[in-house]
Design a protein around this ligand. Sequence first.
Ligand SMILES: Cc1ncc(COP(=O)(O)O)c(C=O)c1O
Length: 466
Amino acid sequence: MRIRPYIEFDPDRGLLIGGLPAVSLAKKHGTPLYVYSEDAIRESMREYTSSLSDIYPTSTIVYASKAYLTMRMAQLVREEGLWLDVSSGGELYLALKANFPPERIVFHGNNKSEEEIAMAVSAGVGRIAIDNVTELERVQKEAASQGVVQKVFLRLTPGIDPHTHEYLSTGVIDSKFGIPMHSGQHLDAVRMTLASENLELMGIHCHIGSQIFDDSPFLLAAGIMVDFAAEVRDKLGYVIPELDLGGGLGVRYKSGCPGICGRDGGRGGNPDVGGRNGAIARHLRAVAKRVKEACLRNGLPVPRLFFEPGRSIVAEAAVTLYTVGTVKALPNGTLIAAVDGGMSDNPRPALYGAEYDAVFAGPYHGGGLLSYRLVGKHCEEGDTLVRSAYLPRLSPGDVVAVLVSGAYQYSMRSNYNHLPNPAVVHVSGGKSFVVVERETLEDLIAKERPLPCSLEEAGPEVAGEN
Ligand SMILES: Cc1ncc(COP(=O)(O)O)c(C=O)c1O
């Protein structure tokens, strides 16, 4: 039975990821364990890169690495010909170390430091997405000091509420991101950029939010951005050559949930039937069509169009494997199964109330399923991974898998309670390989610098002055 692309269940072998049994992977690499199917990742990327080739060939897909970034992932993105969105010096550093071509990098962030800007300019990143006027001045200054002209986007906030979780909504008028598209600030920012000798205004950018299931806010944003490009042409005589509409397409975390982008084409249907069903392509084509219409209406040439998907490329490509440690029945009948990870490897349920499905990873031939609350091992009552997972009767040592684990989990991991971070394993061509090693207890204390004696006894060279 197919559960997600490249993830299936076989009654005799249990859960299979890229054809490999989850229980064998758990045995070989330990748990908790993030397991990604590279075929699934590549397939999503190809769906993105091929969807517009006929109707909008001047389009570029930028993978939003905040969803999941390892050096191996950067290699996959490079091989598939996408660009990469990074939003910190750390992500940029990793990408460069993985030999990602800098000219295909878009550097984001709402508070880039001078050091990060210097790093991005000297690396020769393709675009810096400028978030605010202070940053505009900083990038100009840095580019001037390095004697280069830096290509930039201006990140604008179109004031659209995409009706997702408020923490995932980034395009509303009071968002912390971008330059608000009201009271003329956005036009002033364009004017300033055009007047800056060391900046080349390549495009305007917006990202309205994440986990969005409806095309309409994207269509609205596309129209608003093109209308603004027309205003820039009319008032400042400059035709903006590029338009970046961000990412944000939602994925279906739980089977049976409705959602246009959950690979079931909006029918909320059975994931076993039809798989992706072209939901990405339908979405991109609708948005691209809206951009073309708006350009026609405004008499503008169509811009090169950028999309920045993150979640919809990697979320479904991974599962997290856990080993059950203890099982309890509460007086009210609730069954609790505690696993060997939790909010340190997946903070999303505690942070956003995100919901997941879990499945039994071993062989299973049917029979009664029980509803378990799957909890982690952290010292927080909110450390629940799945509120109600239907699983066969569990015993300590059983392996369970949380599905749709590929986005904003590994990248949002922490060491809360000093739990070492899990390993990350990729599966491809019937083989599994470690792309990030499991942390050790020694790693957890590697940066600790305890004093050799009391603070009073320590000389100034140990304890410092002031
Ligand atoms: C600027 C920008 N682009 C793209 C994305 C990717 O969004 P998603 O993972 O929902 O596709 C984000 C995520 O928040 C973002 O901030």
